[in-house]
Design a protein around this ligand. Structure first.
Ligand SMILES: Nc1nc2c(ncn2[C@@H]2O[C@H](COP(=O)(O)OP(=O)(O)OP(=O)(O)O)[C@@H](O)[C@H]2O)c(=O)[nH]1
Ligand SMILES: [Mg+2]
Length: 462
């Protein structure tokens, strides 16, 4: 449900916990007036200057609660498009509680997650894509995700979609115009030309949808599965890479049952490491599910670390295991594979007869002793996709991907209708469907349910 937008709202916009300073954001038509009831400043006149910082005090009765800085923004020149205030107070949970209590007494209510951005969208300050990008920007962790969010927020994607929309409207209009003159059998546009227009629109939409593969990886971190037989040291390696005891390590084979994921930043990239259950035939039903899951995780990953015990002297066994992985991991040939030989501290001689595996990247490490992990990290970096999205627009949101896929399908159907010379109204209805999907993306067409689900995932205070 959409919250009541006529109400005046507040939220703490800084992260939870004690900090030197915390910022409260307030928005709503009467928000300035209401703040004057609890904030006093020598310099504050009847109407505060726009975006001017005022030094003053928050009062409860005659008691000073805190010395603060307040900034006032006048509608429509604010983030939400409404009158807004920011109160910069000291970051004590006690002070924040007291100020929030005062705000509630003054008639404010706590903002819903994303409500500031929802108000910004509804007040026409930004479209839906830009509002979503604001949240992505808040959540961005590295150069790739930051750059994508920044571009989307600045309207690159919106602009491209509005160009697409215009082309679609023109095309639909041509079909509909012919419909009006159906009895006279007039043809306003060359059918081949129209077909090629629809096809090129579809190509453009497909290109955007295709970019989701990269966008998703950049947003959530490059997935790296750590795969191998039980006891080779997968969980030890995960823990060392993360710098914390995230997974249980033991000398008992089959310790890890379910996959464990966590992200680290290396260079300008985020890597999402996935420790998996050791691969072996097992009569234990739960362990078998774990093994199946390991293969699934590997199949979904961009990079795979195939871990071996470096004390294994028989090269043929290692080659046989690689063949096994090839069969069980989907799209193995398209994955970046790094062979990692662990436990070099125990290694007396290198495995024999491994010439055939030289096509793979190989690293020898001792996870337990932290040896050669820097080299492994370098191999990881060498095997990453460029984190600088080459093309201008990269789609990183499932909602956008689904809308683009649906648009592509409808475009394909209209192309098919033109090819088969079916009646114009059918073709036009598919083109209108595409317009509907694109309208949903930018928010030109929206409903309560969509808005609630989008903004409900935002941070409080944004
Ligand atoms: N000597 C030595 N022992 C290691 C090294 N890495 C891991 N180990 C030991 O090997 C054993 C198994 O380690 P784990 O990390 O639990 O192995 P795993 O691959 O996760 O095993 P499963 O979860 O059973 O599949 C533990 O006793 C570790 O201390 C290493 O580099 N050198
Ligand atoms: Mg393990």
């Amino acid at each position: 449900m959409i919250p009541d937008l006529r109400e005046n709202i507040f939220a703490i916009s800084t992260a939870p916990g004690t900090g030197a300073v915390a910022i409260l954001r307030l928005s709503g038509t009467e928000s300035h007036q209401k703040v004057f009831g609890i904030f006093r400043s020598k310099n504050l006149r009847e109407k505060p200057d726009h975006a001017q910082m005022y030094y003053g005090e928050i009062f409860e009765g005659e008691e000073i609660v805190d010395r603060v800085l307040s900034v006032f923004f006048h509608a429509p020149k604010s983030y939400t498009g409404e009158n807004m205030t920011e109160i910069h107070c000291h970051g004590s949970a006690y002070i924040l509680d007291r100020i929030m209590q005062l705000l509630v007494n003054a008639g404010f209510r706590a903002a819903e997650p994303g409500e500031f951005s929802m108000r910004a969208f509804l007040n026409g300050k930004m479209d839906l894509l830009q509002a979503e990008a604001v949240n992505d920007l808040v959540l961005s962790q590295d150069k790739g995700s930051h750059k994508m969010a920044m571009k989307q927020m600045r309207g690159h994607f919106s602009k491209r979609l509005s160009e697409l929309r215009k082309e679609l409207i023109d095309l639909t209009a041509l079909f509909e115009l012919e419909l009006d003159f159906a009895e006279e059998d007039v043809e306003f546009a060359n059918r081949d030309k129209m077909l090629s227009n629809v096809i090129s629109l579809k190509e453009e939409v497909d290109k955007l949808a295709e970019s989701f593969k990269l966008g998703n990886v950049l947003k959530h971190g490059i997935p790296v599965a750590i795969i191998g037989e039980p006891n080779v040291g997968k969980s030890t390696l995960l823990n060392k890479l993360l710098g914390e005891e995230r997974a249980i390590v033991s000398e008992i084979p089959g310790t890890t049952r379910d996959s464990i994921e966590d992200t680290i930043h290396l260079g300008q990239h985020s890597f999402r490491f996935i420790d998996t259950a050791g691969l072996r035939e097992s009569r234990d039903a739960i362990e078998s599910i774990g093994v199946q899951r390991s293969y699934e995780k590997a199949s979904q990953s961009h990079l795979i670390l195939l871990l071996f015990d470096a004390t294994e002297k028989n090269g043929d066994l290692i080659k046989a295991k690689i063949e096994d992985f090839k069969i069980n991991i989907k799209n193995f040939e398209q994955k970046k594979i790094i062979l990692v030989f662990n436990k070099t501290d125990l290694m007396v001689e290198a495995p024999s007869g491994l010439k055939e595996i030289l096509e793979y990247d190989c690293v020898f490490i001792s996870a337990k002793r932290n040896e050669n992990l820097e080299e492994l990290k370098q191999h990881l970096l060498n095997n990453t996709i460029g984190n600088d999205p080459g093309q201008d627009i990269v789609v990183s949101n499932v909602r956008h991907y689904e809308a683009l896929k649906a648009s592509s399908k409808a475009l394909e159907q209209s192309a098919e209708h033109i090819r088969m010379q079916l009646p114009n109204d059918l073709t036009a209805s598919h083109l209108r469907e595409v317009l509907h999907h694109i309208g949903n993306l930018t928010g030109e067409i929206s409903n309560e349910e969509i808005l609630s689900s989008i903004f409900g995932n935002f941070c409080i205070g944004k």
